[in-house]
Design a protein around this ligand. Structure first.
Ligand SMILES: CC(C)(COP(=O)(O)OP(=O)(O)OC[C@H]1O[C@@H](n2cnc3c(N)ncnc32)[C@H](O)[C@@H]1OP(=O)(O)O)[C@@H](O)C(=O)NCCC(=O)NCCS
Length: 413
């Protein structure tokens, strides 16, 4: 079956979330991903467990379509296994804390010397240079330091983290793009290169438009914000304001539960239809809303009217009404809504899988659809499930060579 990355083998030392989401995407694009784990396994195998002694959903959801080998990098025989695999792989990926790989003796220079064609890809909280380089990072640390938390929430409330894992999974996406570019460059140059992505940098990249507003603040009030931004020096939290050229906000529907809202964008082109729907010709003619500039000025009144109108409908009913007049909108979908949504299932975005330790479970699907990349989703590997297979198939070792390494402690603590 056709796979976009057929022939690319990845030595995947990544752990927790940021790295594994990246290598999982590359596996779904067809790469052979070898998860290289310490004998105790990726720490997430045991974190937030819902079934005793079974690999957690935290692990299973981020490590599909990979094979697992264990090797102890603190043992000379384990290091030899690593070096032999390095020679046979196209990419090596890691997201250890600062200095871990150097302490193992594998700087980029060393890795490049062992295999000049290999691409080495690293995630660090803050990169390898600058005053923050020595610090570890987790998702919310990156959200805090990359500009996301200070711009999320309401102006009169505390900074908030966003549910989307932009610090971890967002950084993983950036890393995957860097790896693909480095592999493409290698086609021309024959040489591998070092790809580094910092979580803080990735979050800043995803907050790019907040820096647009940061600079616009110097020219006065930002009229699209529902709060007065005059005199501010940093982009404020703007609740559910659209953040774009069109007005938008979350509108409450019946019966008034925590997710009974619909996000509505009052696009310039649809105002007349929307006004006619809510208030007939009188509202269409109302000078307070006749231009987008007027609607910005009077948006509190406009959103009040929309909320009153929406209170007659549930979010799906209101979605149907708004879609009928071409108003861009989206009901606020809970995880329960999404897990049961026909559209989501038809697009293979919530996929049923089996697992020897946990039975049936679900993973979020592969969001990048290629016409010639047929990779069925496969469950995550058990710890060390493919150690012997990988040594035989990738390194060509026979049983006695594997046993010798086993006896020397290569695969155990
Ligand atoms: C996520 C993070 C904070 C976790 O910190 P941590 O649990 O202390 O883990 P570290 O990566 O610093 O260290 C891993 C340890 O496992 C050991 N280890 C890893 N693979 C091993 C192997 N195959 N064999 C033996 N030991 C191994 C390392 O030697 C290290 O131990 P040491 O400190 O004694 O040298 C840290 O890895 C980090 O900052 N990573 C970069 C940013 C990142 O990706 N964060 C997002 C995670 S979702």
């Amino acid at each position: 079956m056709e796979k976009a990355l057929s022939g690319i083998r990845i030595l995947d030392m990544t752990h927790v979330q940021a790295g594994p989401t990246s290598s999982q995407l590359l596996a779904w694009l067809g790469a052979d991903v070898i998860k290289f784990e310490p004998p105790t396994g990726d720490i997430t195998r045991g974190q937030l467990r819902d079934i005793p002694n079974a690999d957690s959903l935290y692990f299973t959801m981020l490590n599909c379509n990979k094979r697992s080998i264990t090797a102890n990098m603190k043992n000379p025989a384990g290091k030899e296994v690593f070096v032999e695999l390095l020679k046979k792989c196209d990419v090596v990926m890691e997201n250890f804390g600062p200095g871990v790989l150097d302490r193992f003796g594998f700087t980029w220079d060393k890795v490049h010397e062992i295999n000049p064609k290999i691409v080495m890809a690293s995630i660090k909280g803050f990169g390898s240079s600058g005053p923050y380089a020595e610090f570890k990072a987790y998702e919310n640390v990156a959200q805090a330091m990359g500009g996301s938390m200070s711009t999320t929430g309401f102006d009169d409330g505390p900074p908030l983290v966003t549910g989307a894992q932009i610090g971890d999974s967002g950084t993983g996406l950036h890393l995957a793009i860097g790896i693909l570019a480095a592999l493409q460059a290698r086609v021309r140059t024959g040489k591998g290169q070092y790809v580094e992505v910092a979580m803080m940098d990735s979050v800043m990249n995803l907050c790019r438009v907040k820096f647009r507003d940061h600079q616009r603040l110097t020219r006065g009030n930002l009229p699209e914000y529902s709060i007065d931004t005059t005199g501010r020096h940093a982009t404020p939290r703007s609740g559910n304001d659209s953040g774009g050229g069109q007005l938008g906000n979350a509108v409450k529907c019946k019966p008034g539960g925590p997710n009974d809202y619909i996000y509505v964008v009052v696009q310039e082109a649809v105002w007349e239809n929307l006004a006619r729907l809510m208030g007939g010709d009188a509202l269409v003619q109302d000078a307070r809303f006749s231009t987008i500039g007027e609607r910005r000025k009077n948006q509190a009144v406009m959103w009040g009217m929309l909320n009153d109108y929406a209170s007659n409908y549930d979010k799906r009913e209101f979605m149907a009404i708004l879609n009928g007049i071409d108003v861009p909108c989206g009901p606020i979908m809970s995880t329960e809504d999404l897990a049961n949504d026909d559209h989501v299932h038809l697009r293979d975005m919530y996929v049923e899988l089996d697992h020897p330790q946990r039975g049936t479970w679900y993973n979020v699907g592969m969001p990048i659809k290629l016409s010639d990349n047929h990779v069925p989703m496969e469950r995550s590997p058990l710890l060390g499930e493919h150690t012997d297979q990988i040594l035989q198939e990738v390194l060509g070792w026979d049983k006695s060579q594997i046993e010798a390494k086993r006896t020397a402690g290569a695969f155990t603590k």
